[in-house]
Write a protein that binds this ligand. Sequence first.
Ligand code: DP6
Length: 322
Amino acid sequence: MTRATARAHPNIALVKYWGKRDEAQMLPAAGSMSMTLDAFATTTTVEVDGTLTEDAFSLGGAEQTGVALDRTTRFLDVVRSLAGDGRRARVRSHNEAPTAAGLASSASGFAALALAAAAAYGLDLDERALSRLARRGSGSATRSVIPGYAVWHAGTDDASSYAEGIEAPDLRLVIVTVDGSPKSVSSRRAMRLTAATSPFYEAWVSSTEQSLTEMVRACADGDVPRIGALTESHALRMHAVIATSTPPVRYLAPRSIEVFDAAVRLREAGVTAWATADAGPNVCVLTTPAEAEAVAAAVAEHGEVRIVGPGPGAHLLAEHLP
Ligand code: DP6
């Protein structure tokens, strides 16, 4: 038996990923950019065990079956074929964030699983190869391998679709949990629906590449107002294109919109505050370290608030989950 344990964190995209050009290889329709967080870690232990006939997967101590186990097994199949090792594995995972509450825990989950499984199966992968491997589990996991700010290059094949770190100003996100329950439609399903049915999908894809180019430039220039403006407008575009799917999907709740409005009012008062939201009702407000406490106080009436900043990439731990 060989085992390894890894930890990874979720990320919040400032330029969003929404849509795949190739679902088997998990190639995105466009590139994206995110901040890997310093909170809500997932820790995963993988034990490769030649005596097992099936993989096993527990999350927070609860044995998983169905879709969750299938996704883990399909991911381990990718690792096994890279390693040339057919042995099954026992995966134990612990999430510090509520699963499916819009904090992209599939990102931290598959980034941690990619690293722990690669190590347990004896693969020695550099950061790029690990990012490509994590992509096979969940698109957003591609970026959670990378510390701080990451750009995921869409690429055209497995080798060219990976994330890498970029320099950007030190920023904070005030996470406003307006609703902690699991999302109604998974991002994977809703993404398929948008690509298949929205009349605006092509425009979304081409404008995302444009937004990414502008975002990378704004980060290099250290231009915080530009980073914020791009973040907010890109999030609103994503929610707009999702809403134009058939049947329509809407992730933002009335209370989410209130937080977007609060960000506008804060800006009118001269405060750095730009809102974004992933596939769920919770909203993150992008601000500077110096203004984070004031922004958190200003939006606290809309939900539970938590200030997060740039965090570490996926890394191995010496301790294993029991
Ligand atoms: C709205 O990475 O969860 O958070 O690739 O199908 O696993 P799959 O989807 P996932 O989608 C994330 C969507 C998003 C935007 C983003 O993180 O860029």
